[in-house]
Design a protein around this ligand. Structure first.
Ligand SMILES: Nc1nc2c(ncn2[C@@H]2O[C@H](COP(=O)(O)OP(=O)(O)OP(=O)(O)O)[C@@H](O)[C@H]2O)c(=O)[nH]1
Ligand SMILES: [Mg+2]
Length: 360
Protein backbone atom coordinates (compact mmCIF):
# COMPACT_ATOMS: atom_id res chain seq x y z
CA UNK A 1 0.00 0.00 0.00
CA UNK A 2 1.09 3.55 -0.67
CA UNK A 3 0.37 6.47 1.66
CA UNK A 4 -0.42 9.92 0.39
CA UNK A 5 -1.26 13.13 2.24
CA UNK A 6 -4.03 15.54 1.23
CA UNK A 7 -4.31 19.00 2.77
CA UNK A 8 -7.42 21.18 3.05
CA UNK A 9 -9.08 23.52 5.51
CA UNK A 10 -11.23 20.68 6.90
CA UNK A 11 -10.95 16.89 6.91
CA UNK A 12 -13.94 16.32 4.66
CA UNK A 13 -12.52 18.44 1.82
CA UNK A 14 -9.11 16.78 2.16
CA UNK A 15 -10.71 13.37 1.99
CA UNK A 16 -12.82 14.40 -1.02
CA UNK A 17 -9.64 15.43 -2.84
CA UNK A 18 -8.31 11.92 -2.28
CA UNK A 19 -11.54 10.32 -3.52
CA UNK A 20 -11.45 12.54 -6.55
CA UNK A 21 -7.95 11.41 -7.33
CA UNK A 22 -8.20 7.67 -6.60
CA UNK A 23 -11.89 6.91 -6.44
CA UNK A 24 -13.43 5.33 -3.39
CA UNK A 25 -11.14 2.33 -3.02
CA UNK A 26 -8.87 4.19 -0.67
CA UNK A 27 -8.35 3.71 3.06
CA UNK A 28 -8.20 6.49 5.59
CA UNK A 29 -5.04 6.22 7.69
CA UNK A 30 -5.17 9.37 9.83
CA UNK A 31 -6.38 12.93 9.95
CA UNK A 32 -4.86 15.68 12.04
CA UNK A 33 -5.00 19.42 12.38
CA UNK A 34 -1.73 21.33 12.02
CA UNK A 35 -0.84 24.97 12.58
CA UNK A 36 1.24 26.10 9.58
CA UNK A 37 3.99 28.73 9.67
CA UNK A 38 1.57 31.29 8.19
CA UNK A 39 -0.53 30.85 11.37
CA UNK A 40 -3.40 29.02 9.67
CA UNK A 41 -4.82 25.75 10.89
CA UNK A 42 -5.04 23.13 8.15
CA UNK A 43 -6.12 19.57 8.09
CA UNK A 44 -3.86 16.80 6.79
CA UNK A 45 -5.58 13.57 5.82
CA UNK A 46 -3.39 10.56 5.03
CA UNK A 47 -4.88 7.79 2.90
CA UNK A 48 -3.50 4.56 1.59
CA UNK A 49 -4.07 3.17 -1.89
CA UNK A 50 -2.99 -0.05 -3.51
CA UNK A 51 0.17 0.11 -5.55
CA UNK A 52 -1.87 -0.85 -8.61
CA UNK A 53 -4.32 1.99 -8.12
CA UNK A 54 -1.51 4.42 -7.47
CA UNK A 55 0.28 3.38 -10.64
CA UNK A 56 -2.91 3.61 -12.70
CA UNK A 57 -3.54 7.11 -11.46
CA UNK A 58 -0.01 8.34 -11.92
CA UNK A 59 0.05 6.78 -15.45
CA UNK A 60 -2.98 8.92 -16.31
CA UNK A 61 -5.83 6.37 -16.07
CA UNK A 62 -8.76 7.19 -13.79
CA UNK A 63 -9.94 4.20 -11.76
CA UNK A 64 -13.26 5.51 -10.59
CA UNK A 65 -14.30 2.24 -8.96
CA UNK A 66 -17.15 3.04 -6.61
CA UNK A 67 -17.59 1.85 -3.04
CA UNK A 68 -20.63 -0.05 -2.21
CA UNK A 69 -23.10 1.88 -0.07
CA UNK A 70 -22.28 0.16 3.26
CA UNK A 71 -18.55 0.80 3.04
CA UNK A 72 -19.20 4.37 2.07
CA UNK A 73 -21.50 4.96 5.02
CA UNK A 74 -18.97 3.51 7.52
CA UNK A 75 -16.26 5.73 6.12
CA UNK A 76 -18.39 8.84 6.23
CA UNK A 77 -19.24 8.05 9.86
CA UNK A 78 -15.58 7.65 10.74
CA UNK A 79 -14.84 10.89 8.98
CA UNK A 80 -17.63 12.65 10.87
CA UNK A 81 -16.12 11.49 14.18
CA UNK A 82 -12.70 12.70 13.15
CA UNK A 83 -14.14 16.03 12.17
CA UNK A 84 -15.81 16.42 15.57
CA UNK A 85 -12.51 15.69 17.31
CA UNK A 86 -10.71 18.20 15.13
CA UNK A 87 -13.27 20.91 15.86
CA UNK A 88 -12.83 20.27 19.60
CA UNK A 89 -9.04 20.38 19.24
CA UNK A 90 -9.29 23.64 17.36
CA UNK A 91 -11.58 25.22 19.96
CA UNK A 92 -9.26 24.11 22.74
CA UNK A 93 -6.24 25.58 20.96
CA UNK A 94 -8.04 28.84 20.32
CA UNK A 95 -9.21 29.05 23.96
CA UNK A 96 -5.66 28.65 25.20
CA UNK A 97 -4.28 31.13 22.68
CA UNK A 98 -6.85 33.72 23.70
CA UNK A 99 -6.35 33.19 27.46
CA UNK A 100 -5.21 36.41 29.13
CA UNK A 101 -1.97 36.60 31.14
CA UNK A 102 -3.90 36.65 34.41
CA UNK A 103 -6.00 33.62 33.41
CA UNK A 104 -2.85 31.75 32.43
CA UNK A 105 -1.06 32.59 35.69
CA UNK A 106 -4.16 31.83 37.73
CA UNK A 107 -4.43 28.42 36.04
CA UNK A 108 -0.76 27.73 36.82
CA UNK A 109 -1.16 28.53 40.52
CA UNK A 110 -4.44 26.63 40.75
CA UNK A 111 -2.82 23.57 39.18
CA UNK A 112 -0.23 23.75 41.93
CA UNK A 113 -2.81 23.79 44.73
CA UNK A 114 -3.59 27.46 45.45
CA UNK A 115 -7.33 27.97 45.70
CA UNK A 116 -9.30 30.14 43.31
CA UNK A 117 -10.93 32.49 45.88
CA UNK A 118 -7.53 33.53 47.25
CA UNK A 119 -6.15 34.11 43.75
CA UNK A 120 -9.28 35.99 42.66
CA UNK A 121 -9.04 38.30 45.64
CA UNK A 122 -5.43 39.19 44.83
CA UNK A 123 -6.09 39.55 41.09
CA UNK A 124 -9.10 41.75 41.75
CA UNK A 125 -6.93 44.11 43.78
CA UNK A 126 -4.78 44.51 40.64
CA UNK A 127 -7.63 45.55 38.36
CA UNK A 128 -6.37 47.95 35.65
CA UNK A 129 -2.81 47.46 36.82
CA UNK A 130 -0.13 46.81 34.15
CA UNK A 131 1.20 43.88 36.22
CA UNK A 132 -1.75 41.90 34.87
CA UNK A 133 -0.25 42.12 31.37
CA UNK A 134 3.13 40.62 32.21
CA UNK A 135 3.46 36.96 33.16
CA UNK A 136 6.69 37.12 35.13
CA UNK A 137 5.69 40.32 36.96
CA UNK A 138 2.38 38.78 37.90
CA UNK A 139 3.98 35.53 39.10
CA UNK A 140 6.44 37.55 41.24
CA UNK A 141 3.60 39.64 42.62
CA UNK A 142 1.60 36.57 43.65
CA UNK A 143 4.68 35.04 45.28
CA UNK A 144 5.22 38.24 47.25
CA UNK A 145 1.59 38.17 48.37
CA UNK A 146 2.00 34.58 49.50
CA UNK A 147 5.21 35.53 51.30
CA UNK A 148 3.43 38.35 53.13
CA UNK A 149 0.52 36.17 54.16
CA UNK A 150 2.61 33.36 55.62
CA UNK A 151 3.17 33.45 59.37
CA UNK A 152 6.34 32.27 61.05
CA UNK A 153 6.84 31.91 64.78
CA UNK A 154 10.29 33.05 65.83
CA UNK A 155 12.27 30.75 68.03
CA UNK A 156 11.92 32.21 71.55
CA UNK A 157 13.86 30.65 74.37
CA UNK A 158 14.20 33.63 76.66
CA UNK A 159 11.65 32.33 79.19
CA UNK A 160 11.21 28.79 80.54
CA UNK A 161 8.42 26.98 78.76
CA UNK A 162 6.71 23.69 78.08
CA UNK A 163 6.49 22.64 74.44
CA UNK A 164 3.93 19.95 73.76
CA UNK A 165 3.89 18.24 70.37
CA UNK A 166 0.60 16.76 69.22
CA UNK A 167 -0.51 15.23 65.96
CA UNK A 168 -1.67 12.16 64.09
CA UNK A 169 0.13 8.83 64.44
CA UNK A 170 3.51 8.41 62.84
CA UNK A 171 3.85 12.02 61.76
CA UNK A 172 7.24 12.45 63.42
CA UNK A 173 6.46 13.85 66.91
CA UNK A 174 8.96 11.77 68.87
CA UNK A 175 11.71 12.21 66.28
CA UNK A 176 11.11 15.97 66.26
CA UNK A 177 11.19 16.06 70.08
CA UNK A 178 14.60 14.37 69.96
CA UNK A 179 15.83 16.86 67.33
CA UNK A 180 14.54 19.82 69.34
CA UNK A 181 16.11 18.49 72.53
CA UNK A 182 19.49 18.15 70.82
CA UNK A 183 19.14 21.58 69.23
CA UNK A 184 18.33 23.36 72.50
CA UNK A 185 20.83 21.40 74.60
CA UNK A 186 23.80 21.48 72.24
CA UNK A 187 23.36 23.50 69.07
CA UNK A 188 22.34 27.00 70.19
CA UNK A 189 24.44 29.98 71.19
CA UNK A 190 24.36 28.59 74.73
CA UNK A 191 23.28 25.23 76.17
CA UNK A 192 19.70 25.17 77.44
CA UNK A 193 18.62 22.79 80.19
CA UNK A 194 16.12 20.43 78.60
CA UNK A 195 13.82 17.73 80.03
CA UNK A 196 11.63 15.27 78.16
CA UNK A 197 8.19 14.17 79.33
CA UNK A 198 6.32 11.37 77.65
CA UNK A 199 2.52 11.27 77.81
CA UNK A 200 2.32 8.33 75.42
CA UNK A 201 1.19 5.38 77.49
CA UNK A 202 -0.67 3.82 74.52
CA UNK A 203 2.06 2.84 72.13
CA UNK A 204 4.22 -0.15 72.91
CA UNK A 205 7.82 1.04 72.91
CA UNK A 206 6.97 4.74 73.20
CA UNK A 207 8.94 5.02 76.45
CA UNK A 208 11.93 3.19 75.00
CA UNK A 209 11.94 5.32 71.82
CA UNK A 210 12.20 8.57 73.78
CA UNK A 211 14.50 7.23 76.50
CA UNK A 212 16.89 6.03 73.78
CA UNK A 213 17.41 9.65 72.67
CA UNK A 214 17.34 10.99 76.25
CA UNK A 215 20.07 8.55 77.31
CA UNK A 216 22.33 9.46 74.39
CA UNK A 217 21.93 13.17 75.15
CA UNK A 218 21.98 12.62 78.91
CA UNK A 219 18.76 14.52 79.32
CA UNK A 220 16.21 13.92 82.07
CA UNK A 221 13.27 11.84 80.86
CA UNK A 222 9.98 10.92 82.59
CA UNK A 223 6.76 9.22 81.57
CA UNK A 224 3.47 10.41 83.04
CA UNK A 225 0.04 8.87 82.86
CA UNK A 226 -2.36 11.49 84.22
CA UNK A 227 -2.56 15.23 84.90
CA UNK A 228 -1.61 14.80 88.59
CA UNK A 229 1.52 12.90 87.63
CA UNK A 230 2.17 15.58 85.00
CA UNK A 231 2.22 18.27 87.69
CA UNK A 232 4.54 16.18 89.87
CA UNK A 233 6.85 15.53 86.95
CA UNK A 234 7.03 19.25 86.22
CA UNK A 235 8.04 19.89 89.81
CA UNK A 236 10.71 17.23 89.46
CA UNK A 237 12.22 18.99 86.45
CA UNK A 238 11.92 22.46 87.90
CA UNK A 239 14.75 24.71 86.81
CA UNK A 240 14.80 23.44 83.24
CA UNK A 241 14.64 26.00 80.45
CA UNK A 242 12.57 23.86 78.13
CA UNK A 243 10.36 20.90 78.88
CA UNK A 244 9.51 18.99 75.73
CA UNK A 245 6.36 16.92 75.98
CA UNK A 246 5.78 14.02 73.61
CA UNK A 247 2.21 12.78 73.18
CA UNK A 248 0.50 9.72 71.78
CA UNK A 249 -0.30 9.86 68.09
CA UNK A 250 -4.02 10.36 67.70
CA UNK A 251 -6.37 9.85 64.85
CA UNK A 252 -8.14 13.19 64.45
CA UNK A 253 -11.38 11.29 65.04
CA UNK A 254 -10.35 9.61 68.34
CA UNK A 255 -12.46 11.55 70.85
CA UNK A 256 -11.32 9.58 73.91
CA UNK A 257 -7.65 10.41 73.39
CA UNK A 258 -8.52 14.02 72.67
CA UNK A 259 -10.38 14.39 75.95
CA UNK A 260 -7.39 12.96 77.78
CA UNK A 261 -4.98 15.35 76.03
CA UNK A 262 -7.17 18.36 76.79
CA UNK A 263 -6.91 17.48 80.49
CA UNK A 264 -3.12 17.70 80.25
CA UNK A 265 -3.13 20.95 78.28
CA UNK A 266 -5.51 22.56 80.75
CA UNK A 267 -3.60 21.38 83.82
CA UNK A 268 -2.91 24.02 86.37
CA UNK A 269 0.86 24.23 85.93
CA UNK A 270 3.24 27.11 86.60
CA UNK A 271 4.62 27.37 83.06
CA UNK A 272 2.96 28.28 79.78
CA UNK A 273 2.22 25.23 77.66
CA UNK A 274 2.94 25.92 74.01
CA UNK A 275 1.12 23.39 71.83
CA UNK A 276 2.53 22.59 68.39
CA UNK A 277 0.66 20.48 65.88
CA UNK A 278 2.98 18.31 63.81
CA UNK A 279 1.62 18.08 60.28
CA UNK A 280 3.22 16.12 57.45
CA UNK A 281 3.84 18.07 54.22
CA UNK A 282 2.62 15.03 52.31
CA UNK A 283 -0.96 15.10 53.62
CA UNK A 284 -3.72 15.99 51.19
CA UNK A 285 -5.65 19.22 51.69
CA UNK A 286 -8.92 17.72 52.96
CA UNK A 287 -7.06 15.69 55.59
CA UNK A 288 -4.97 18.71 56.63
CA UNK A 289 -8.19 20.61 57.31
CA UNK A 290 -9.70 17.76 59.36
CA UNK A 291 -6.50 17.27 61.34
CA UNK A 292 -6.18 20.99 62.05
CA UNK A 293 -9.83 21.47 62.97
CA UNK A 294 -9.90 18.52 65.34
CA UNK A 295 -6.57 19.26 67.03
CA UNK A 296 -7.42 22.94 67.37
CA UNK A 297 -9.40 21.95 70.50
CA UNK A 298 -6.03 21.81 72.20
CA UNK A 299 -5.34 25.50 71.45
CA UNK A 300 -2.62 25.38 68.80
CA UNK A 301 0.21 27.90 69.05
CA UNK A 302 2.21 26.76 66.06
CA UNK A 303 2.61 24.17 63.33
CA UNK A 304 5.67 21.99 62.85
CA UNK A 305 5.78 20.69 59.30
CA UNK A 306 7.36 17.25 59.02
CA UNK A 307 8.40 15.04 56.09
CA UNK A 308 9.43 17.96 53.89
CA UNK A 309 11.78 15.57 52.15
CA UNK A 310 8.99 13.24 51.11
CA UNK A 311 7.34 15.54 48.57
CA UNK A 312 8.19 18.00 45.82
CA UNK A 313 4.76 19.59 45.78
CA UNK A 314 4.19 22.32 48.31
CA UNK A 315 1.16 24.13 46.85
CA UNK A 316 -1.31 22.29 49.08
CA UNK A 317 0.69 23.13 52.17
CA UNK A 318 1.13 26.76 51.12
CA UNK A 319 -2.55 27.06 50.38
CA UNK A 320 -3.37 25.63 53.80
CA UNK A 321 -1.01 28.12 55.44
CA UNK A 322 -2.57 31.01 53.52
CA UNK A 323 -6.04 30.10 54.68
CA UNK A 324 -5.37 28.96 58.25
CA UNK A 325 -2.73 31.51 59.23
CA UNK A 326 -1.35 29.63 62.27
CA UNK A 327 2.40 30.35 62.43
CA UNK A 328 4.88 27.68 61.41
CA UNK A 329 7.68 27.09 63.91
CA UNK A 330 9.92 24.29 62.55
CA UNK A 331 10.41 22.16 59.45
CA UNK A 332 11.48 18.56 59.76
CA UNK A 333 13.32 17.72 56.57
CA UNK A 334 14.41 14.12 57.09
CA UNK A 335 14.87 11.33 59.61
CA UNK A 336 18.32 12.26 60.94
CA UNK A 337 18.49 13.37 64.57
CA UNK A 338 19.45 16.15 65.15
CA UNK A 339 20.44 17.40 61.68
CA UNK A 340 17.16 17.27 59.78
CA UNK A 341 15.39 20.09 61.59
CA UNK A 342 15.31 23.80 60.80
CA UNK A 343 13.40 26.78 62.12
CA UNK A 344 10.48 27.47 59.79
CA UNK A 345 11.46 29.72 56.90
CA UNK A 346 9.20 31.36 54.35
CA UNK A 347 12.09 31.56 51.89
CA UNK A 348 12.72 27.84 52.13
CA UNK A 349 9.06 26.98 51.60
CA UNK A 350 8.70 29.44 48.71
CA UNK A 351 11.88 28.15 47.08
CA UNK A 352 10.42 24.66 47.09
CA UNK A 353 7.15 25.97 45.67
CA UNK A 354 8.91 27.96 42.93
CA UNK A 355 10.89 24.84 41.97
CA UNK A 356 7.58 23.08 41.51
CA UNK A 357 6.13 26.04 39.53
CA UNK A 358 9.20 26.12 37.28
CA UNK A 359 8.72 22.49 36.39
CA UNK A 360 5.17 23.36 35.31
N1 LIG B 1 11.29 11.14 55.71
C1 LIG B 1 11.05 11.59 56.93
N2 LIG B 1 10.75 10.73 57.90
C2 LIG B 1 10.50 11.23 59.11
C3 LIG B 1 10.53 12.60 59.40
N3 LIG B 1 10.22 12.77 60.72
C4 LIG B 1 10.02 11.53 61.21
N4 LIG B 1 10.20 10.60 60.26
C5 LIG B 1 10.05 9.14 60.36
O1 LIG B 1 8.67 8.83 60.58
C6 LIG B 1 8.56 7.66 61.38
C7 LIG B 1 7.66 7.95 62.58
O2 LIG B 1 8.33 8.88 63.39
P1 LIG B 1 7.95 9.10 64.91
O3 LIG B 1 8.78 10.21 65.42
O4 LIG B 1 7.99 7.81 65.68
O5 LIG B 1 6.44 9.54 64.75
P2 LIG B 1 5.39 9.83 65.90
O6 LIG B 1 4.54 10.93 65.45
O7 LIG B 1 6.08 9.99 67.20
O8 LIG B 1 4.57 8.46 65.88
P3 LIG B 1 3.53 7.96 66.99
O9 LIG B 1 4.15 8.20 68.33
O10 LIG B 1 3.36 6.50 66.68
O11 LIG B 1 2.28 8.71 66.77
C8 LIG B 1 9.97 7.28 61.77
O12 LIG B 1 10.42 6.29 60.89
C9 LIG B 1 10.77 8.57 61.56
O13 LIG B 1 12.15 8.31 61.28
C10 LIG B 1 10.86 13.51 58.33
O14 LIG B 1 10.89 14.73 58.46
N5 LIG B 1 11.10 12.95 57.12
MG1 LIG C 1 5.82 9.03 69.04
Amino acid sequence: MIHETFVASDPKSAYEQAVQKYGKGIELVSAKQIKYDDGHLRCEVIISVSQEQYMKQTMGEVPAEDFDGEENEALMQELGELKKQLVLMKENMLDKAQESVSQKVKRLFMNKGITEPWLDEVLLSLLDNDILEDTSLLVSYLLEEIDESLQVQKEALDEPKIMMLVGPTGVGKTTTIAKLAARYAFLMDRPYKVALLNLDSYKVGAYEQLSHYADIMQIEHLTVENPEAFKEALEAVEGCDIILVDTAGMSPYDTQKFIKSVEFVQSDVPLKIEVSLVLAATVKYEDMKDIYNNFSFLGLDSLIISKFDETKHFGTLLNFMLLYKTPMSYFSIGQEVPDDLMPASKEYLLEKFIGDLDEA
